[in-house]
Design a protein around this ligand. Structure first.
Ligand SMILES: Nc1ncnc2c1ncn2[C@@H]1O[C@H](COP(=O)(O)OP(=O)(O)O)[C@@H](O)[C@H]1O
Ligand SMILES: [Mg+2]
Length: 307
């Protein structure tokens, strides 16, 4: 058994006939950040809700901390913190007062638990500002403080930066990273924004129409970010022979007979162009290209991309 904090096996959720989550198997490593990336409606929230027991799975298995969630719910859930939908805070109470109520409800007895949680998210203890006067960023921080008050080992955050301005996003990202690095909390986070997940996650799961298209280590994904020389020409097969024989280029792909991709980007473009032309191959375009991670996601999600 691997060191997974969350493992799902063929997890499926149907709403009537609609399959919202289809045979999804995810693997969240201990002490790491797992980013679930997918457009609105991809099934992110539904997966999180099933893990948290807020909705039942149609089929499949979920284990958390190496144990079946159904059989061990009582022991597992107190070790998890989560924000799925905005928690219902009282608008006329301050952040500290709100947390005091939640702490009491959840039987948190440690005296400095609230102050400690507020410190982590950068909110002031005993601040007089009432919740309804909070900015969206402060509301999100309070939500996270509420989720970590009991010092969970695993944190599940459903689109925690949704609606925040760029500065707010950077700040939240920073302390989510810190929670993982300093407190060694494992984190499952979802987003529909590629750049956000890209900067946070150690592992990325790409969800599309309820299907997990890919689950990869971020470093492996990054390798797909390839540079190449793209040539549009009259005969790719003829050109390939010349590239091999005269330029010693073997790392290339023929896309179709009018385009060719060369992955050896240190080659002299002008010279290639000249040699092809004098060999009676018409070159209509030759250029350096760079496939971003975004292009890759667009490709595997069928053209529209994620962000
Ligand atoms: N309670 C529900 N009843 C019916 N359909 C639902 C319900 N919750 C979610 N869905 C559907 O399941 C799909 C996945 O939704 P969701 O998990 O919320 O996606 P995401 O969080 O990635 O935006 C969507 O098509 C959504 O309309
Ligand atoms: Mg959602």
């Amino acid at each position: 058994m691997k060191d997974y904090v969350i493992e799902t096996k063929n997890l499926t959720k149907k709403f009537d006939k609609q399959v919202a989550v289809n045979n999804v198997s995810i693997h969240v490593h201990k002490g790491k950040i797992y980013g679930l990336l997918g457009r609105n409606g991809a099934g992110k929230t539904t997966i999180m809700k099933m893990i948290l027991g807020l909705t039942s799975a149609t089929s499949g298995k979920i284990s958390v901390f190496g144990k079946n969630i159904k059989k061990n719910a009582k022991h597992i859930y107190p070790r998890i913190g989560a924000i799925i939908e905005t928690p219902g805070f009282y608008p006329n109470l301050t952040g500290t007062e709100n947390l005091k109520i939640f702490a009491k409800l959840r039987g948190i007895t440690r005296k400095d638990a609230i102050k400690h949680a507020l410190d982590i998210v950068g909110l002031k203890y005993n601040d007089k500002k009432i919740f309804s006067k909070y900015s969206l960023g402060m509301k999100q921080r309070l939500g996270i403080a509420n989720a970590i008050m009991h010092e969970p080992e695993l944190l599940i955050l459903d689109e925690p930066t949704n609606g925040l301005d760029p500065i707010g996003i950077v700040e939240i990202r920073k302390f989510i990273k810190n929670l993982c690095l300093e407190k060694e909390i494992s984190i499952l986070i979802s987003s529909h924004i590629l750049t956000e997940i890209e900067q946070l996650a150690d592992t990325i799961g790409i969800l599309h129409n309820g299907n997990l298209l890919e689950e990869s280590n971020y470093k492996d994904l990054k390798k797909r970010n390839r540079k190449y020389i793209m040539i549009n020409l009259s005969s790719a097969s003829k050109a390939a022979r010349i590239l091999e024989q005269q330029f010693n280029i073997f790392d290339y792909d023929i896309e179709d007979d009018t385009s060719i991709r060369i992955y050896e980007t240190d080659k002299d473009i002008a010279k290639i162009n000249k040699v092809l032309t004098i060999s009676n191959i018409e070159v209509s375009n030759i250029r350096n290209c760079n496939d971003s991670l975004e292009d890759y996601f667009k490709k595997i999600t069928g053209g529209e991309g994620i962000a």
